[in-house]
Design a protein around this ligand. Sequence first.
Ligand code: ADP
Length: 262
Amino acid sequence: FEVYGVPIIGTNDVWKGVLLVFHDITELKKLEQVRRDFVANVSHELKTPITSIKGFSETLLDGAMDDREALRQFLNIILQESERLQTLIQDLLDLSKIEQQGFNLSVEKVNVITIINEVITIVNRKAEEKNISILFEKDMEPIIIEADPYRLKQIFINIVSNALAYTTNNGSVAIKVTNDSSKVYIDIEDTGIGIEQSEIPRIFERFYRVDRARSRNSGGTGLGLAIVKHLVEAHKGLVTVESEVGKGSVFRFEFNKKFIEE
Ligand code: ADP
């Protein structure tokens, strides 16, 4: 609590008492802590690749570049770490834009089936590298909803990319789309590592990862699901997760066919 005291003075400068104002600042303090954690996280995430880029550049300049194999290997690391920085900055800018008040979707009529097919084309190379089959029924009838096509695509790219990242080689990712008169339901189911029940409520937090090293190795920034959550909320949709460790996870989405304005 923050407490203010204000003297109450009557006529002839007579003290009548003191007005005490108790201001509950728990929520403010919490927000302040969240903000501080966020800045600390961002700094850490930026520092790690920069340290690596600096270290490998210095080693090269100190003579390692005379060895052609080392030169190639170190330059590759420098390139990878730069790409990592680029992705992180892109995700940060995007998240800050989406979180801003007055963030606007560009809503139009969208065929969900087309969006899913485009997402599959984008992630296909990654799936092939790991020999993971993406199962999606061919030639589905169009399902038209009112949504922001760019943002809808972003949601599913993030989810399918995660499904691929957290599934070992030779697994599968199944995408199922159904609908009724008012809603469309999209399930993305993987045969991956799964998520502990107690972790599920936290995975949509910014920078929260169940396994930091694993996420980093798979190119994750820890912001993907935070972006997804905000975009689903902006569409007044719903996302839920079911998972079993060692078996796999299902990310379920529901969107209204008709977009509901504020
Ligand atoms: P990241 O960039 O680390 O993947 P996300 O915000 O996309 O960040 O996801 C947060 C965390 O949730 C991941 O680090 C991972 O631990 C967990 N996660 C997300 N999707 C899956 C999945 N399909 N299977 C298992 N774990 C997952």
